[in-house]
Each structure stands twice: as C-alpha cells, then as structure tokens.
Design a protein around this ligand. Structure first.
Ligand code: ZN
Length: 640
C-alpha cells in the first residue's frame, strides 16, 4: 500500500545518540547563538526598520528558519527567555503586515516601490514561504494562532495575485523556489485547496513563458544573459521536460521537492517520473562521496557530469535540499534507496556544516582543506568558512537551515501506511509501545523492543552500504524477504519481544566511478554511513603525501572531539618523502617511501581542532602481488 506518511508517535522520546546530541546542542547552544548573531547583524530588528541600510531582502527568511527550528525543539528543550524574544520578533513582524496581507521587512521599510517588481531576484516569495512554514511550526508547538492567521492572509494575497493570465492574475514565478513547498504544507495543514492550486501553478508553469523574468532582467541587469539565468533557476524548460539537474543546487532541489509534492497530490505519473530521473541523475552523476551537491561556487550549483572537485563547494543548504527531496521520494515511492541518500547527506555533508560546540558553521563543505599560512584562504572565502567554521555569514541561509533540519529530526525516522510500519533512520527512541536502542551510526546493532502487542507489518531498511546482515526475533534467526530495500517482518510481536538487526559495518575503501577523473587512483574510507577523513592534527603536515597501500586493516580506537565520542580508525599507510621543498617537481627515484601510521576521523567532525589540512580522497596503491598476502592462493595461481 502506497504512499507512506511520516509517523511520529506523540509520546516519542529520543534516546542518547549522535543525532540526539547534535539536536540538543542545536537547541541549547546553536539557537541562542544564531539569535545573538542576528541581533548584531540587524535581522532581529529588521521589522522595526531601525537600521534600514542594514536590511537585506532575504533577512525575513533567515529569522523564519530560526523560528521554525526553535518551535521544533521547544517541547524537549524549553528556553523561555529566547522564546519571549522570538515572540517579540513575531509581534514586530505582524505589526508591519499591510492592509492586503503583505509582509516583508525590506520592501516595507527600504524599498516600498520595489514590491513584487523583481520576482526573479529579490526573494520576496522565498521569504514568504519560510514565514509560512515558521507560522505552521509555531501553531503546532505553541498554538500561536495570530501568526498563522497573518500568514494565511499573506498566502491568500499570493494566491489572489499569482496564477494563470486568463484568470486575470500575474503570470510570474519566484526566482528562488520555496513558496511552492510552503503553500503545499499550508494546504496539508489547513485543507484549503487554493494553496495547493497556487503551488501547482508555480510548479507546472515554470519554464513555459518566462517573459516576465526577461522584462525584469532587462530592467535590472541588462547585461546578464537571460538564458543562463533560466538554467540557473530551473526555468529553462517546463518541469515535464527537465531530465537533468541543472543550475543553483538549493533552488533545484527545492523545486524538485515541489514537483514531487505536486506529482503526488495530483497523481501525475509524468511528473513522478521526472522526479525519479532527476534524483537518479544527481545521485549517479553529480553528488560527491559525502552526499554533497553543487560543486562550484560560480553558480553554487551543478556543472557537468562527474565534475566533483575535492576543494569545492557543496553548500550545506544544498545537501539539506537533497535530503528533503530524497525524503519526499522515500515517502511517495517507499524505496529504501532514497533513505540511503538522506542518511548519507545527513551524517556527512550536513552534520559537517555545524561545529562540535554548536557555534560555528560551514557554508561550503569541501573534501579537502588547504589553509594558507598567510591566511589568504580566509580572505578569499571569508563568507564561506572554507578551512574553518565561522560564527555567521553575511548570507546566512545555512546556520538556521541545519538547525531546523536537526530540530525536526523526528519526522524523518519512521513512516507508515495502513498496517505497515517503516523504520527508515536508525535513531534511538522510546515510546510506551516500543523502543529502538542502538549505538548507530558508530555501532552496528539495532534492537527493537515491544512493550505492547503489535500486529503491524514491519519494514526495516537495510542500508545500501551493508553487504550482510542478521535478524533475530526472540533469539530466533529470521530469513525475511527483502522488498525495495526493506526486510519485511509479518510475524506479530508481543509485549517483551526483542528484534535484533546486526548490520555488517567494516571500514571499507571506496572507489569512485572512473569518469570522476579528479579522484582517479584515489580511495576514500567509509564505515557504515560515515565517511572518514584524515586531518593534519592527527597525521602531520605531510598529509597530502600519504597514500593507502592495498587493503589495510582498520583498528578502531575511542576518541572524543567536543562532547562527541566516536571510533577513530587507525591503519598502516605510506608516506612519500619529497627531497627538497624548494623544488616544484622532482624525479620519483629521488623520493623515498616510508611506512607510517594514519588516523582517520568521521568527516563531519573535521575542522574542530583549529585550522589544519584535511583530505578525504587518498592515492591508493593496489596490491597486485601474491607475495603481499592479500590475494587468496587460488586466484593468485590463476593469474600466473
Ligand atoms: Zn545555505
């Protein structure tokens, strides 16, 4: 029975785990920190119009994401002081709502005549979308109705204003997608069909007749190539003809989220197929090994197939957008492969966006860091924190986005349809009916225990990285069928029953597709869902001279960074000793190779111990001689 719905038992409690710790850090440290930064930058007082020269046209969206994140965490981690400040912010925002329902701090105080004038670039509908999502979250968490009512009035204005020209409406589209997702969410929350219709209009009509944007572009930036901009903002083709992921990665995946919602809501098989194709294209051609997308800072977006440089770019928000797109497909298609990508991005290139102490952020999440001694990389990337996380960015989309994703974590874990219960993400929790215990993603054993009888059919995801697993119920080995990446357990469980899933989770060397030419001859280290990296602080300055011979044995050792305890991996490696650092090149026979011990840590934890070099991909020396003892005697003799 399809599709799935998120399942969050109202009495669900997260139990200690890596993600529960990250969520606690977000609630207790990150949210007050972001608020303080936003107060300094002028975001908090933007609706008051106090320093109009400071107000940017996307400030309301940053505050909206902070509001949403706070609402998601408040039940478990109440913070009355911050709540009072955010309440005051909402009051100030509602005070500038105009007669017709319009709300935007920038256009209200700074540029009233620019209202609705540059939809392609000025993020007006993007801000509206995030405010709508925030209002829903505050209504759910605190029952605050005036905020929701105000945002419904604003949404009504948007629905009255934008739509088909034959209905006398303005035929135009947001430059940065988000309103589509928010209107769909508001439709699901209120049941009001008009929100669905306007979301559908923005989704289906985008890329057909973009004359309005061309006129705006001619007025605002006449030298800009309009066709390039159409690709950048996924308006180069109508949705049913989009088969490759193009342009700005956050916009793209937000758009694909909306296409998936509309395909689902209107049972449109063509758009559903578009979503599958786009997701396949991203994950098979344009996603790095950490689940990062958008490989260049030039357009913060997609470039060409297999163009996945180590040192760029992979904006935290882009991975969050891919997570949200994958989540929708996981719900609409009930296939584990979509959850695998949610998990990949979440544990690697999303978690890396937040420092261990919860007060620092990466905008981009590279797979290689090379801090310059003169600090020039900081200068170059000062907004993006390439080699070290920073407290905030001028363009501050990522910090509250990672906070709201982790804040809202519980909605992504479980799903249901009819009498089927799906366990998607293995995050420990307890409810009065059943609980899940595990040290995942560091540990490989997942234990489910029932406290009441349960007749639902149970679907447990077998992660794509897992080559072998074992499943027992009441200590009896089960041989269940596998369906779309899930093991299916039809046998009812009784109170006291324990189901134990053991996933083989050895550290493995990973190779990329041979056409990812930048990584040819290189390997990365993965253990379960976690990608590992090597840092200078553990492995010395000559980090880039390390290479990995054959298939090393990885020994796990306990390590702690901040409050996060994890298994580091120690293994035997080699280092090439370069004879003379004053020379740019030298013959290989003048170098020396020495054995060394290397230590790898989970990628998401890099950059928490000062500015230092980091790398994920390492040159690999395959072992091809039987004398090395790596090849079984039988296959070695076949080769001779
Ligand atoms: Zn961002």
């Amino acid at each position: 029975m399809l599709p799935l719905e998120p399942y969050v038992p109202h009495d669900l409690r997260l139990e200690p785990s890596l993600l529960a710790e990250r969520r606690r850090t977000v609630a207790q440290t990150t949210l007050p920190h972001i608020y303080a930064q936003y107060l300094k930058a002028g975001r908090v007082e933007a609706p008051l119009g106090k320093a109009p020269e400071k107000i940017h046209f996307f400030y309301d969206s940053d505050m909206a994401k902070l509001l949403e994140a706070f609402a998601c965490c408040a039940e478990e981690f109440p913070n009355p002081q911050l709540q009072a400040r955010l309440e005051a912010y909402i009051d100030s925002l509602l005070a500038i709502q105009e007669e017709d329902g319009y709300i935007n701090s920038y256009f209200h105080h700074v540029n009233p005549e620019g209202k609705w004038r540059w939809l392609h670039s000025h993020h007006e509908l993007y801000c509206a979308g995030h405010l709508i999502e925030a209002a829903i979250a505050w209504h759910q968490a605190f029952g605050r109705k005036d905020f929701l009512d105000a945002m419904c009035r604003y949404a009504d204005l948007i629905c009255e204003r934008f739509g088909p020209a034959e209905e006398g409406k303005v035929y135009n589209f947001p430059g940065h997608q988000e309103i589509e997702l928010a209107l769909y969410k508001l439709y699901r929350y209120t049941g009001e069909e008009r929100y669905l219709r306007t979301s559908e209009f923005f989704v289906r009509e985008r890329g057909r007749d973009m004359r309005a944007w061309r006129e705006e572009l001619a007025e605002l930036s006449p030298r800009h190539n309009a066709e390039d901009f159409m690709v950048y903002a996924q308006a180069h083709l109508p949705p049913e003809l989009q088969e490759t992921a193009e342009g700005h990665a956050v916009r793209a995946c937000y758009y694909y989220c909306a296409v998936a919602d509309i395909a689902h809501a209107t049972r449109d098989a063509v758009l559903a197929d578009v979503c599958r194709k786009l997701w396949d294209h991203i994950t098979q051609r344009r996603m790095n090994v950490a689940g990062g997308i958008g490989s260049t800072p030039a357009n913060e977006g997609f470039t060409r197939d297999f163009d996945l440089p180590e040192e760029y770019y992979y904006e935290t928000c882009a991975q969050i957008a891919l997570f949200l797109f994958s989540w929708r497909l996981a719900m609409y298609e009930a296939q584990a492969k979509y959850v695998d990508v949610m998990e990949l991005t979440l544990y690697n290139s999303i978690l890396s966006g937040l420092s261990a102490d919860g007060k620092g952020f990466f905008y981009s999440n590279p797979l290689l860091a090379f801090p310059r001694e003169d600090g020039s990389d900081v200068q170059f990337h000062k907004h993006f924190g390439m080699c070290e996380r920073v407290e905030d960015f001028a363009c501050s989309c990522c910090p509250p986005n990672v906070a709201r994703l982790l804040g809202g974590l519980t909605q992504y874990m479980l799903a249901q349809t009819g009498d089927d219960l799906y366990v998607n993400l293995y995050i420990p929790f307890s409810t009065p009916a059943f609980s899940l215990a595990s040290a995942y993603p560091f540990g490989n054993v997942i234990e489910l225990e029932w406290h009441t009888n349960d007749t639902r059919r149970l679907y447990l995801r077998i992660p794509g990285w897992c080559r072998h697993f074992e499943l027992t119920l009441r200590n009896r080995l089960l041989q269940p069928e596998i369906h779309n990446g899930y093991v299916v357990i039809g046998e009812p469980r009784q109170a006291g029953d324990r189901l134990v899933l053991s996933l083989d989770m050895p550290a493995q060397l990973i190779l990329s597709h041979p056409d990812v030419y930048r990584c040819s001859g290189m390997v990365a280290i993965r253990r379960g869902p976690l990608l590992y990296c090597l840092e200078e602080v553990d492995n010395g300055k000559n980090l880039f001279s390390i290479r990995i011979p054959g298939h090393p044995r990885f020994d796990e050792m306990d390590m702690t960074i901040g409050e996060i305890r994890f298994p580091a991996l120690r293994f035997d490696a080699e280092q090439v000793i370069y004879p003379d650092s004053s020379r740019l090149y030298c013959p290989v026979d003048e170098t020396e190779v020495i054995a060394c011990e290397a230590k790898a840590i989970p990628y998401f934890l890099w950059g928490n111990r000062g500015r230092n070099r980091m790398r994920v991909w390492f040159p690999h020396r395959p072992v091809c001689s039987s004398s090395q003892g790596d090849i079984p005697a039988s296959s070695a003799s076949q080769e001779q």
